[in-house]
Design a protein around this ligand. Structure first.
Ligand code: NDP
Length: 273
């Protein structure tokens, strides 16, 4: 039987890169896609096929999916992983950056989904794994646009699951907690870029420093935890619809569930200083 095929976005770093290797070791023919081809040379040497992809560029997305379908004739797993956090006070974040945040984290994921669906429907099989976040279930100060994208990914995925189930396609949400990748430093840098000097500077610098400290420490979870969770979902005949996993994830969602909004706000602001 032909090898099963997986396409992973954001494979040049962190969770996506690790997932590409884990699925390859599971026997999948893996296509890893991202903008920085040079950052995927190492996984290419280990047997992952690499592709250039910008999830904000329509032509790039079409070319990527078309090329996999042309070469393999099928796509069994799509891991919609590409994403980043543009943190900053709502008052300070330029609308252009806010739109870019939605373009990558939501519309990119949505368009990649649209592009693989005809192939998956034809196969009457397929899994779409959407990398959401605990940030799709709870909120942090200065993360409004990021949380907006991840809350949207949650709703989008729940709707999608109901629509595609009759075609044999399943949809799984992965909701990581804090994972040691480039994500935290990128979010902290954006936050300082836009809010380090203005009216919100005191709290913004505190939150940025909290991220920098957390994401350079060894106390948060490693990307392997998430790639192994993705592998579990890929292997399972009937996977869970959402996997909440990694540093701080279960505790924050549970706290949000049992506390009043104001009490949760107070605690999260205290933790992130
Ligand atoms: P990294 O910064 O290590 O990786 C992000 C990946 O996204 C890179 O490979 C990057 O590739 C890709 N990417 C960004 N913009 C684009 C674009 N326009 N087109 C294509 N690819 C793009 O972070 P993580 O591995 O942590 O992030 C992966 C996912 O996990 C994200 O969706 C993130 O929101 C989510 N997540 C992360 C958590 C964490 O604590 N690390 C927690 C919860 C969720 P390139 O720049 O080469 O295009």
């Amino acid at each position: 039987m032909a090898k099963k095929v997986a396409l992973i976005t954001g494979a040049s770093s962190g969770i996506g890169k690790d997932t590409a290797l884990v699925l390859k070791d599971m026997g999948y023919k893996v296509y890893g896609a991202a903008r920085r081809m040079d950052k995927m040379k190492d996984i290419e040497q280990k047997g992952v096929s690499i592709m250039s992809l910008d999830v904000t560029d329509e032509e790039s997305m079409i070319a990527c999916v078309d090329s996999v379908v042309k070469k393999e004739g099928r796509i069994d797993v799509l891991v919609n992983n590409a994403g980043y956090g543009f943190y900053g006070a709502i008052e300070d974040v330029p609308m252009e950056e806010a739109r870019k945040q939605l373009d990558v984290n939501l519309f990119g994921l949505a368009r990649m989904t649209q592009l693989v669906l005809p192939t998956m429907r034809k196969q009457h099989a397929g899994k779409i794994i959407n990398i959401s976040s605990m940030a799709g279930r709870v909120c942090t100060p200065f993360g409004a646009w990021y949380h907006a994208t991840k809350y949207a990914v949650e709703g989008f995925s729940d709707c999608l699951r109901m629509e595609v189930e009759p075609f044999g396609i399943d949809v799984v949400l992965i909701e990581p907690g804090a994972i040691k990748t480039d994500w935290g430093i990128i979010a902290a840098n954006h936050l300082q870029e836009v809010s380090a000097k203005g009216a919100y500077k005191k709290q913004a610098n505190r939150v940025a420093n909290y991220f920098k400290k957390a994401y350079t420490s060894n106390s948060i979870s490693k990307p392997e935890l998430i790639s192994n969770t993705i592998a579990r979902a890929v292997r399972a005949k009937k996977p869970k619809t959402r996997y909440l996993v990694g540093y701080g994830a279960k505790l924050s969602v549970f706290s949000k569930h049992i506390l009043s909004d104001r009490m949760y706000d107070k605690i999260i602001k205290k933790v992130m200083r």
